[in-house]
Design a protein around this ligand. Structure first.
Ligand code: URA
Length: 485
């Protein structure tokens, strides 16, 4: 290393960081200091808000010096990618000693490149602790930020604006901005924290000053939806209070509308679980008795959050007592616009193959495992999102209702989501296709691929899958003919 300036005894270098999360500046300064051979005990790192008294001569008792500048012949600094990744995250921790720790590690890495492998080294252990705590804090922010709608009265700001209050433990706000911009690209939102705020207007991100809790609103109608959702997914038999508190610490509860239900649900859980064990199952509410009533009920359904998106419920269609029920995954963009199943590109491909196999679509009852279109916005487009297993299981209530009323002798599941909706468990299409599965009510379930899957393939792969699909439909057509004979 090349020292460009002599270091006088008791002198120190003082690096002022303009922001508490400014890892890039720390990195630049640390690199120069290492190249100039400045040992860790001669450097003081100051972040905003730290008192200047430290440097009044007390603790350090020496002279502050201008930062050294490495010469052109300075040796490169050694820092592995793994170290930089950990350091970048750890720099967001609220520990005032973190920058000094990172510099100590960087200093020692120059002579011991395997330092990070030494788990007994207290600095290495601390680095890992800081990294973990920051990752955890970011995870909590992703999970527990709850936006509340506010209305603006002045014309300039007209429209909906969503505001969330969050209290991070570490300096993670700016580092997580991208997550919220991607996730809520179409909304105008602000995230307020005691350390600063972020504002997104659908096009650009701006930073603002620290805020107070009272600056954020504390309730809006969307909260009822969150509460209903939480209550409906809460499973008393799975309740582990310790784990729940660890995952959802009480300090976040005040920002989460659904948390108002927790004490009540926890209190009721034991009794409820005992009841479930006794009955062998959760008591079910009564299902509508006609297809029309199911149609009305799914439009009001809030058993999962897909129904809360800007979409409409799409009911199955076809003869009330069809011998064959065809089940897809969920309506797509076109189906949502037209309010009918399988009318978009996947539906057109399905129609071609049904015709080839000699199955008349008009004689089948065609429906979906999930009744609403799940999507994310990408620009102006609504991009299909596969439903989660929990969402398929929740919507099963309606699919079973349709089955009970139509009483088909054969079911054809298109794809894994449809198969799960009918069987209540996930199966592999390649293993499950080609042979019938007997269902509890005596009907036969046949499973094949989803036509959207075929649409995503090209060339030989597509031809091969289309052949398999054709063979599956041909087998269904033969069996249907036998059953109807
Ligand atoms: N894909 C499905 O699974 N169902 C539809 O209705 C349309 C596309």
């Amino acid at each position: 290393m090349t020292a460009m300036q002599d270091i006088a005894p008791r002198s120190f270098y003082c690096v002022q960081l303009p922001a508490s999360d400014d890892f890039d500046l720390w990195r630049e300064r640390a690199r120069a200091l290492v190249q100039c051979d400045v040992p860790p005990d001669r450097v003081v790192w100051i972040e905003p808000g730290a008192t200047g008294d430290l440097f009044g001569g007390g603790e350090f008792g020496g002279r502050e010096r201008r930062l050294p500048v490495p010469g052109d012949d300075a040796r490169p600094v050694r820092a592995s990618r793994a170290f930089l990744r950990l350091a970048k995250n750890a720099a967001l921790h609220s520990d005032p000693q973190r920058f000094a720790l990172l510099y100590r590690l960087l200093w020692h890495l120059q002579t011991n490149t395997r330092l990070l492998e030494d788990r007994t080294d207290p600095d290495v252990r601390r680095l890992e602790e800081l990294d973990k705590a920051v990752r955890r804090d970011s995870h909590k922010m992703h999970a527990f930020v709850r936006f509340r709608r506010v209305e603006h009265s002045d014309e300039e700001e007209a429209g909906e604006h969503y505001v969330a209050w969050f209290e991070p433990e570490h300096h993670i706000l700016r580092a997580n901005a991208g997550f919220f911009v991607r996730r809520f690209a179409q909304m105008n939102w602000s995230i307020l924290t005691p350390q600063g705020s972020l504002h997104w207007d659908g096009e650009s991100l701006a930073e603002g000053p620290p805020a107070q809790r009272g600056d954020a609103p504390s309730g809006d109608p969307a909260e009822d939806l969150w509460r209903t959702y939480y209550a409906s997914i809460f499973n008393p038999a799975r309740l582990k209070i310790g784990a729940m508190l660890k995952e959802m610490p009480k300090k976040y509860w005040k920002n989460m509308p659904e948390a108002a239900l927790i004490p009540e649900l926890v209190a009721g859980a034991q009794a409820c679980e005992a009841g479930m064990v006794e009955r062998g199952a959760m008591q079910e509410e009564e299902r509508p008795e006609t297809l029309e009533a199911i149609d009305r009920a799914i439009h009001a359904c809030q058993r999962c959050l897909i129904g809360a998106l800007d979409n409409r419920a799409v009911m199955g269609e076809g003869p009330q007592h069809a011998s064959l029920m065809i089940v897809g995954e969920q309506p797509g963009d076109q189906e949502d616009r037209q309010g009918r199943p399988f009318v978009g590109p996947a539906g057109q491909l399905l129609d071609v193959h049904l015709q080839r196999a000699g199955i008349e679509r008009e004689r089948a009852y065609v429906t979906n495992a999930v009744k609403h279109f799940k999507y994310v916005m990408r620009g102006k487009r609504r991009l299909h999102q596969s439903p989660a297993a929990k969402e398929i299981d929740t919507c099963r209530w309606w699919l079973e209702g349709e089955r009970e009323l139509v009483k088909p002798r054969m079911m054809l599941a298109l794809g894994a989501s449809a198969a799960r909706g009918l069987l209540g468990k996930t199966v592999s299409i390649s293993k499950a296709r080609g042979t019938p599965h007997r269902l509890d009510d005596g009907s036969e379930l046949w499973i094949t691929a989803h036509p959207s899957y075929l649409l995503r393939l090209e060339g030989e792969a597509r031809e091969a899958q289309e052949r398999l699909f054709e063979a599956d439909l041909a087998a269904v057509a033969r069996r249907l003919a036998e059953l109807e004979a």
